[in-house]
Write a protein that binds this ligand. Structure first.
Ligand code: ARG
Length: 414
């Protein structure tokens, strides 16, 4: 092998991977850092890649595409894994993989590589996404392959002049992007233990939140968030601004004991302020604008969509087909949602839409009522007919009587 493109974060594992790949496979390592809003200084990360031995180091600002084509699609589907996790890490993997593949093709590399372990979901997402996009490319996962313990890895790094974290290394494993931040390991591995406050960095503790609530009005067009408090924002600005505002009010902390695809239960802490607010707002606007049957049918698909994303099947015919359905359902999901955020609590307090299906004259109990109460009686007669027949047969059987002669409808028909 002569060239490998490695997804490089700048952390210890991927830094060691640069050297390990070039030693183990006698190849040139090209580092690729993808900016999905993780907050790392990408130029510095590139410099570090070169310093630890990469022959070239590239970076791509993929924030806009990440939000528009991945996070907002999941939002429109209301995709939340196991009802809790808005899928931040899971959504970034197919995009990073696509950029790895494009770089490999441009550079004439035979393989791509990533820093995932053999225990998590992310390895599955990288490997399966690569299989979908470039089945001819080899995928190498150094951390899954090397026999190094944590101590040996530090030793390996020290021997080769790879900078290692000094003093007490960060006790957590963290992955972040604009859609949220995932934190695991260390004391979090005890599911009984309350997360220490130092795990959080995007959200304030409820006790430290402002005394006054924050109100925000989120505007949607066809299910896509387009404005905050009346000003139009591009997707990256919108999510970043909302992360700030909701995080300030402690919104978006999630403590999840989840079922990994590889069979393990694991405990992860998530911070997803903007995603939490947008998901609540979007669902609420659908309540107003989707007719009942579509709304109920779509609910069933949300879990399935989330599973596909979580299971690494972004590049699958089913995900594409579900998106086609979701797109159709979003035609009228346009309007504004008003939310109140305060001390970790989030509530939708108002919603409106030019396509609102809410009809005051049908819903009201006031004088303006236009609903036909008489038709409710006939409707209930027929709606309840199977129930009534069943009950009559059961009673007749219990008393040894024949059913004949019993009135079929309430009051004996007319
Ligand atoms: N459990 C999450 C998932 O599978 C997050 C994975 C990355 N987490 C981390 N702390 N590095 O999508």
């Amino acid at each position: 092998m002569t060239k490998v493109v490695l997804a490089y974060s700048g952390g210890l594992d991927t830094s060691v991977a640069v050297r390990w790949l070039s030693e183990r496979y006698a190849c040139d390592v090209i580092a690729l850092t993808v900016d999905v809003g993780q907050g790392a200084e990408v130029t510095q990360v590139r410099q570090k890649a070169l310093a630890v031995g990469a022959v070239a180091a590239y970076s791509v600002d993929a924030r806009e595409e990440f939000v528009r084509e991945f996070a907002f699609r999941a939002l429109r589907a209301n995709a939340v894994y196991e009802g809790k996790y808005p899928l931040a890490s899971a959504l970034s993997r197919p995009l990073i993989t696509r950029l790895l593949v494009e770089t490999a093709e441009r550079e004439g590399a035979e393989a791509i590589a990533h820093g995932c372990t053999g225990k998590g979901n992310d390895q599955v997402r990288f490997d399966v996404s690569a299989a979908a996009l470039a089945p001819h490319l080899r995928v190498i996962a150094p951390v899954r392959e090397w026999p190094l313990s944590r101590e040996e890895e530090l030793e390996y790094a020290a021997e080769r002049g790879i900078p290692v974290p000094i003093g007490k290394a960060n006790p957590y494993s963290i992955d972040a992007n604009l859609w949220g931040r995932s934190i695991e390991c260390g004391v979090l591995e005890d599911p009984w233990r309350e997360p220490p406050t130092d795990v959080y960095s995007l959200t304030r503790d409820a006790a430290g939140c402002p005394a006054e609530p924050t109100y925000v009005e989120i505007g949607f067009e066809r299910g896509v968030p387009v404005s905050l408090d009346g000003s139009r924002l591009d997707p990256v600005e919108l999510v970043a601004t909302l992360n700030q505002a909701a995080g300030e009010q402690g919104v978006g902390r999630i403590d999840h004991v989840e079922n990994r695809l590889v069979g393990i239960k694991s405990r992860e802490i998530y911070e997803a302020p903007a995603a939490t607010a947008l998901l609540a707002a979007h669902r609420d606007l659908e309540d107003l604008t989707l007719e009942r049957e579509t709304a109920h049918f779509k609910r069933g698909l949300a879990d399935r969509y989330a599973e596909l994303v979580y299971y690494g099947l972004w590049y699958s015919p089913l995900r594409e087909a579900l998106d086609a359905f979701v797109d159709k359902t979003q035609e009228n999901v346009t309007g504004q949602v008003r939310m109140r955020m305060h001390r970790g609590q989030l509530a939708v307090v108002g919603r409106r839409s030019p396509f609102s299906l809410y009809d005051f004259s049908l819903a009201t109990y006031d004088r303006e009522d236009a609903y036909n109460h008489a038709s409710a009686v006939g409707f209930i007669d027929l709606w309840g007919l199977p129930t009534r027949v069943q009950a009559q047969v059961r009673r007749a059987a219990a008393s040894g009587q024949k059913r004949e002669g019993l009135p079929l409808v309430a009051g004996g028909g007319r």
